[in-house]
Design a binder for this molecule. Sequence first.
Ligand SMILES: [Zn+2]
Length: 192
Amino acid sequence: MNLEDLKKELVAISRLAYHRGLTSGVSGNISQRVPGHDQVLIKRSGTSFADAQTSDFLLVALTGELLAGSGTPSVEINFHLGIYRERPDVGAVLHGHSTFATAFAVAGKTLPALTLASAEGLGEVPLVPYAPAGSQELAALVVQAFRSSNIKAALLRRHGMVTVGKDLRQAFYLADLVEDTAKVALLARLIS
Ligand SMILES: [Zn+2]
């Protein structure tokens, strides 16, 4: 895939994620490693997943330097880049503020893998301690949570969730599974 194709895929996944309720408003951010390069495409700050265009994705070096595009990269660029540097297996990172997963994160509860799909598909989902959005402290905590190659998803206290995948589709499907798992866990608790 060339850069334009990668940006089109980012637009398509952003829209799907928005319409599945995986983030709201202009919150959340999504990025994709450029295969074979120490470069990443990441959403511009202040752009909604709902109506992001290909021009809203900026090319940055793994060191953080802006290489192409105009605007400011997402405020959470530091944990995106940190995960790519730490995990060569990761090709995409999705961060969203989905309602049900965020409710668990706000309550300070880890996500219970109650369904077969979550037990098989997610494994351990760490709960990252609170640090202000966009801070270096948060970036360090998130990168630490993803240090093991077994970790596919994490909840961020008072904030939201992060998933990683070998590609964008996988990161999106995992985010969908995290949110669905949180939804089922809450409903099951209400019923029982
Ligand atoms: Zn956020």
